[in-house]
Design a protein around this ligand. Sequence first.
Ligand code: MN
Length: 346
Amino acid sequence: MELLTIGAFARAARLSPKALRLYDELGLLRPAAVDPASGYRLYSTEQLDHARLVAWMRRLGMPLARIRTVCSLPPAAAATEVAAFWEQVETETSARRELAAFLVDHLSRKDTAMTGTPTTWTLRYASRTDRGLVRAVNQDVVHASDRLLAVADGFGAAPASTVAMGAFTAPITAGTVLDALQEAARRADESVRDLAIDGVGTTLTAMAWSGSQLALVHIGDSRAYLLRDGELFRLTDDHTVVQALIDDGTLTPVEAESHPQRSILIRALHGGDPAVPDLRTHEVQAGDRYLLCSDGLHTVLPGDVLRRTIGAHADPQRAVDELIRLVHEAGAPDNVACVVADLVPA
Ligand code: MN
């Protein structure tokens, strides 16, 4: 049996002497002999195959403990073990691939949001509420400020919308803008419950601007729309019986427009069980214009009229006034509340 010094064996096996010493310490590859005088490790040429096998498995990224297992097995079982290891690597890689794709997407969006919405942006807005031509009182309420836009459409024998809006717009110290909205909505819900009068309630649709993020809270059938690149997008779902019927395919949207129960709400701040509003953040873009309105506007003016009207007037006040004028022209059967707001550089 020919014995090689560690240096010569390392060259033949294409491993470093350092690696061989490590493999010895880990019990992966023991030298064939150790010179009793010098302590030098000596390797047999017959160990070359074993050494190469260890080197290949290291190159595969196999952990040392697992290499030790493979080395202890007969060839067929060792092959099965390597195959099992590789299958595990591929499974893990595919999970990591998905995670990486998610992170790339997540971080790219963040970048877009940051470059697209400098924190010096602010809301430019106008708002108005109107009794209309038929109702005796106005139970629609509107709020607009630098940080908060909201509409509420009350029903019943008490001013639930005014009470709820008061509670909703009281200052809040909360973590994120979404947390703040959720807390404000919870308080508004409580304020309606405190009225303790049967059959009263209100819708609530609001947007909060944190300076860098826009968040939405919504319950009932008031609506939030976005006008972007000349197109009108609805950002909220109506919490109505007819919307539920549309969603399950019982009604078409056109049939719903004339449905006698189209204003019956399935969710609102109504003093019953704690309300569950929809909550979400919304990604803003330069040039976005937002419209919040009660059903007194969106059931009277068709979507294309809304789109054309708010697209035609750069000044939010003119857009709001024109919307109310058009509602009056159409008979104004209900109270109206609306807010038009642009995100503009401060
Ligand atoms: Mn209404």
